[in-house]
Ligand binder design. Structure first.
Ligand code: FE2
Ligand code: FE2
Length: 261
C-alpha cells in the first residue's frame, strides 16, 4: 500500500465546523465506506473465478483487497471523527444483511475478459467519484478530506490500470470483438446507479427518500463530476488509438450527464 491511513491522515486537523451540518456529505461518505469495507467478499469471489490465473489472484489478495478495505476504514474513521453520534457498526450490519445475498460468483460476467470490463467500469466510477469529492472538499475548505479523497482516487486509477492489463490478457484468449465489448459496456452503463448504493442508503435510516438523495447527487455531479475523465476511462476497453479515443470520449460524455451521475 502506498499510504497508511493510521499515520498519513491527520484526523485531528479536520475542520469539523465546516462540514458537520453537511448531511449530503455525511450520507455520501458513509455509503462509500460501507461498500468499500465489504470488498473482501468481492475479492473472494474474484479469486475463485480467476483461480487459473495465479498472478491476478495474488495481486487481488495482496494489493487490491487491502487497498479497498483501507478506503473503507479511512472513511469510517473520518465519519466517526466528524459525526461521533452516528453508530456506524449498527448501520453497517443492516447494510451487510441486505447486500451479501447479491455478492455471488454467479453474479459475475460470463467470461474472464468480460468480468474485467465490468471491473474497469467500477474503477472508472470510483476514481471519478473520489476526484469529484476531492474538488468538493476543496471548495468546502476541508483539506484533510480533500487529501484523503485524492489518495483514494489515485489508488482507484491504479486498480483500473491493473484490471486493464488482466483484461488485455484474457481478451486475446477469448478473441473478444469490439461489438461484444460494447455490449458489456452498454449493459454496465445501464446499471451504473446500482443496487449497492440504494441498499447502503437505506441502511443509513435517513429521513429523506432515496430518490431525493439521487436528485441531490445529480446536482452535485453537474458541478463536480469529471465527465471527460469518466468518458475516456469508460471506453478504454475498446482499445482505440489516442485521437480516436478523444473524439469518442467527447461523444460519450453527454450520456453520463443524461444518466445523472
Ligand atoms: Fe476503493
Ligand atoms: Fe478500486
Amino acid at each position: 500500500m502506498k499510504w497508511n491511513y493510521k499515520k498519513d491522515i491527520p484526523y485531528g486537523d479536520i475542520s469539523i465546523n465546516r462540514i458537520e451540518d453537511n448531511d449530503y456529505l455525511f450520507r455520501t461518505l458513509t455509503i462509500a465506506s460501507f461498500i468499500e469495507i465489504t470488498s473482501n467478499v468481492y475479492e473472494k469471489n474474484l479469486s475463485v473465478y480467476y483461480r487459473d490465473d495465479a498472478s491476478t489472484v495474488q495481486w487481488l489478495e495482496d494489493v487490491w483487497e487491502p487497498e479497498e478495505i483501507q478506503h473503507g476504514e479511512s472513511l469510517k474513521k473520518y465519519i466517526e471523527t466528524v459525526w461521533p453520534e452516528f453508530d456506524w457498526e449498527r448501520h453497517y450490519e443492516t447494510f451487510l444483511k441486505n447486500y451479501l445475498p447479491l455478492c455471488t460468483v454467479e453474479s459475475l460476467e460470463p467470461t474472464k475478459a468480460k468480468e474485467m470490463i465490468a471491473r474497469m467500469v467500477v474503477e472508472t466510477g470510483t476514481s471519478t467519484f473520489y476526484k469529484a469529492m476531492a474538488t468538493y472538499a476543496e471548495e468546502l475548505g476541508e483539506p484533510v478530506l480533500e487529501d484523503l479523497c485524492r489518495k483514494i482516487s489515485k489508488d482507484e486509477v491504479y486498480h483500473f490500470e491493473m484490471f486493464e492489463k488482466v483484461f488485455k490478457k484474457h481478451k486475446e484468449e477469448e478473441n473478444l470483438s469490439k461489438k461484444e465489448i460494447l455490449k458489456v459496456l452498454y449493459d454496465r452503463l445501464k446499471e451504473i446507479n446500482n443496487e449497492d448504493v440504494k441498499i447502503a442508503y437505506e441502511a443509513l435510516g435517513s429521513d429523506g427518500s432515496y430518490d431525493e438523495y439521487m436528485r441531490q447527487t445529480g446536482t452535485f455531479a453537474k458541478k463536480y463530476y469529471p465527465y471527460k475523465m469518466a468518458a475516456k476511462m469508460f471506453i478504454r476497453p475498446l482499445g482505440l488509438n489516442d485521437n480516436f479515443e478523444n473524439v469518442i470520449a467527447t461523444t460519450v460524455k453527454p450520456a453520463f450527464k443524461i444518466l445523472g451521475i
